[in-house]
Design a protein around this ligand. Structure first.
Ligand code: ATP
Ligand code: MG
Length: 482
């Protein structure tokens, strides 16, 4: 099939299968080519075992998705997924170490020690009637052929099969969607009509950003246009899926590029409205707006550099990174945009993050961790005193994540490296302390009269922040990030 005919053919297929009550299998033959650049030694032994047993039982079975894409690009796959013509119960029968999972769409996890080979039956997109105007997919659980399974996937580069079962021992790629030329040229393109595919599942917009930034691929023009025109519909996607993709983007090592791309296609204002507002329009002539965005980018740049060094930021740290600049802005009377004078830092954090956290369904635990690590930042530059014992702070629950945020701030603004290193040293020293020595380090606090009934305001406090506050020191004027 030529490149020219491909788009139309696929658009036709996708729409035909969407409009008919009982779609027939697309009569597509794959392009079959030797898997150049992939060696047997690149393949996971356990995945090969799964493929071999399925194929001995007479089923079609291939490696599929991200692992094939990554192998072709010379990258190390995160995991190896198998797609097969065998149905879940048939798969289960072949593997004692197999477990059927999933309620709506069943697949089999074949486990080898801690490793899991996800083995899924070929699927097709669900049948729809002509009267179903709404394209959003809510069910995705019909079995299909290899060709249908390729067509229901999101991007051409994600729909290649790797066949290991050829008689001559050659590894082959089965390409139903012209994904190989896109891999070679570095192009990210939806399978079928981009507008239909983004409407079916707007989370694909976030996935497009993830793959384009991670792999350095160019997004094909009509795919990009569909991302822009469907960005608003991300509102309708399941919140946990959206949140999961946000964390993945931030942990990808290309968070800066990803957030910029989200902003450019209009998705940022839907999934992270306060951040979009903070950054303002990219063509705002006001130099203050430019500086604000610039300082934001520097923190994301630091996060990326840190991830490249091997760091794995927790969700709370990511949340803190996302909102730190906003909290700082609103806690400073000179830059505040919200009504009234700023309250203490905790209140400002709630003002800035609260509404977003509720609507994005951020788990409460992670929200309160993020809040705490932002609140205790000033401890890093607070002089030791009878009531503030650095080693006691070091032993507090929130210390490692708070230090991680402090490290990112130092990286972003090039200040406080010596301070950061001194805290790392202290943390090492603290590990050698005996319980008695730790007890001796407890800050001297005035006894507070216990309130009857309630837990009082100390309920949420950890050792780090509580130290200062117990002596009546509050976070008022909390713009002091020192
Ligand atoms: P990663 O390396 O990040 O895991 P991946 O391509 O393996 O990338 P997964 O989220 O693990 O991505 O999904 C596995 C495969 O399932 C994809 O390669 C793609 O073929 C298919 N897929 C995943 N999500 C979607 C989606 N929303 N719509 C269509 N196909 C999808
Ligand atoms: Mg994967």
């Amino acid at each position: 099939m030529t490149t020219e005919s491909r788009g139309d053919a696929h658009q036709g297929d996708a729409i035909a299968s969407r409009r008919s009550v009982a779609p027939t299998a697309p009569a597509l033959a794959p392009t079959v080519v030797p898997a150049e650049g992939i060696a047997w030694s690149d393949l996971d032994q356990d995945a090969l075992r799964v493929l071999s047993r399925l194929s001995r039982a007479g089923a079609q079975a291939y490696l599929v998705g991200g692992c094939v894409r990554d192998l072709l690009l010379g990258r190390k796959p995160k995991d190896f997924d198998v797609a097969t013509s065998a149905h879940p119960r048939q798969i289960k029968k072949l593997f004692r170490n197999g477990r059927i999972i999933g309620r709506r769409f069943k697949l089999v996890h074949v486990t080898y020690g801690v490793r899991v080979i996800e083995t899924a039956t070929f699927r097709r997109e669900p049948a729809r009637t002509e009267f179903e105007q709404d394209l959003l997919i809510v069910e995705d659980n019909e079995f299909g052929t290899a060709a249908e399974d390729a067509l229901r996937r999101d991007f051409t580069i994600n729909a290649l099969f790797l066949d290991v079962a050829a008689q001559d021992g050659e590894l082959r790629i089965l390409d139903y969607v012209q994904g190989l030329p896109d891999i070679e040229e570095g192009i990210l393109r939806t399978i079928g009509d981009p507008s239909v595919r983004m409407a079916e599942d707007p989370v694909r917009i976030l996935r497009a950003v993830k793959f384009a930034t991670r792999l350095g691929f160019r997004i094909e023009t009509s795919t990009w246009q569909a991302m822009c025109s469907h960005a608003k519909q991300l509102e309708r996607s399941a919140k946990p899926r959206v949140l999961e993709e946000i964390w993945r983007l931030l942990r990808s090592g290309t968070a800066l590029g990803a957030v910029r791309m989200l902003r450019a296609c209009g998705a940022l204002s839907v999934i992270l409205p306060p951040i979009d507002q903070f950054l303002g329009a990219s063509d705002d002539p006001d130099p203050a707006a430019h500086d604000r965005a610039d300082s934001y980018w520097r923190l994301l740049e630091a996060l990326d550099a840190n991830v490249h060094q091997g760091a794995a930021p927790s969700t709370a740290v990511l949340l803190a990174v996302l909102f730190l600049r906003l909290v700082e802005r609103e806690s400073d009377p000179a830059t505040r945009t919200l009504e009234g004078p700023p309250g203490d830092l905790g209140l400002v954090f709630d003002e800035v993050v609260g509404e977003f956290a509720a609507s994005a369904r951020i788990p409460r635990r992670e929200l309160s961790q993020a809040r705490r690590i932002v609140l205790v930042q000033r401890r890093f530059t607070q002089p030791a005193s009878k009531r503030f014992r650095p080693l006691w702070f070091v032993r507090s629950e929130e210390f490692p994540e708070a230090l991680h945020l402090f490290q990112l701030r130092s990286m972003a603004w090039g200040q406080g490296w010596d301070v950061y290193e001194a805290w790392v040293e202290r943390a090492e020293r603290a590990k050698t302390l005996t319980p008695e020595e730790v007890e001796g380090l407890a800050p001297k606090t005035r006894r507070r009269r216990r309130r009857r009934g309630g837990q009082g305001r100390g309920a949420e406090q950890g050792a780090g922040e509580g130290q200062g506050e117990q002596e009546g020191e509050s976070d008022a004027g909390g713009n002091d990030f020192g």
